[in-house]
Unconditional design. Structure first.
Length: 241
């Protein structure tokens, strides 16, 4: 008996079902063709964080289990290179306006764009269905899981000296840099990385939001309010409970 096991695939079946074949499109871009007559049953395996991947907007994202939480293992890279606007299109920056940097480090997003122009903490934002922008409490749990050690969150080839990444958590942070509120000013590629938190801050005379910051020269994690929502920062999605 031949059984075809499918892990998060898309099936394309011709109209004349039982005289045709099934084309199995796998995460990663490969595909197999199997005659329908040879298939006795199809079993969809459950999502397994750390093993399963997520296909979103024609890109594949790895996942990683961090304690009780499931995170993207890659920075989000969705949308088009354009100034942010509430027009139903996801807009992003690429470091130095170079698309190759988005392919490596992910996109850099303004906070309102990342949240898709809502301010509810933990909104889905630009994450795929079933995932959302992390809340402050979820970021705090992430920090606690690695005992406040930024090096455990960095990929092994990131940082130096006291800030050399060990990636013992598997989170695989890249030092993707950031974009200042000035449209032409990027900084910190290879030395810093900041992730937006899906929460507004309260900074008195100016509008601010929460973020998590990592530096390539130290193992300290900074988490709190103070980031300017017009900055371009990285985004990691966390799975809904």
């Amino acid at each position: 008996m031949k059984i075809l096991f499918l892990l998060f695939v898309v099936l394309t079946i011709s109209n004349n079902l039982f005289s045709q074949s099934v084309v199995v499109h796998k995460n990663g871009g490969s595909k197999d063709t199997v005659a329908v007559a040879d298939v006795d049953s199809i079993t969809f395996l459950p999502f397994i964080c750390g093993l399963s991947k997520v296909k979103y907007a024609n890109q594949i994202y790895r996942t990683v289990q961090m304690g009780s939480q499931c995170w993207f293992k890659d920075n989000l890279n969705v949308g088009v290179m354009a100034p942010p606007s509430n027009d139903g299109i996801i807009d992003k920056y690429c470091y130095n306006n170079d698309p190759a940097n988005c392919a490596i480090y992910g996109g850099l997003y303004q906070w309102y764009e990342a949240m898709q122009w809502v301010t509810t903490e933990g909104a889905q934002g630009i994450c795929p269905v079933g995932w959302h922008m992390p809340t402050e409490a979820q970021m705090e749990a992430l920090v606690a899981f690695v005992n406040n050690d930024a090096n455990a969150l960095k990929r092994e080839d990131q940082g130096s000296g006291a800030g050399q990444g060990t990636n013992t958590s598997g989170f695989s942070t890249l030092l993707a840099g950031a974009k200042d509120y000035n449209d032409s000013y990027f900084q910190g590629l290879g030395t810093i990385n900041s992730f937006y938190v899906g929460k507004m801050g309260s900074c008195g005379t100016y509008t601010c939001v929460y973020s998590l910051g990592i530096n390539g020269s130290t193992n300290v994690i900074t988490l709190g309010q103070g980031a300017i929502p017009s900055w371009g920062l990285s985004v990691r999605c966390i799975k809904d409970n």
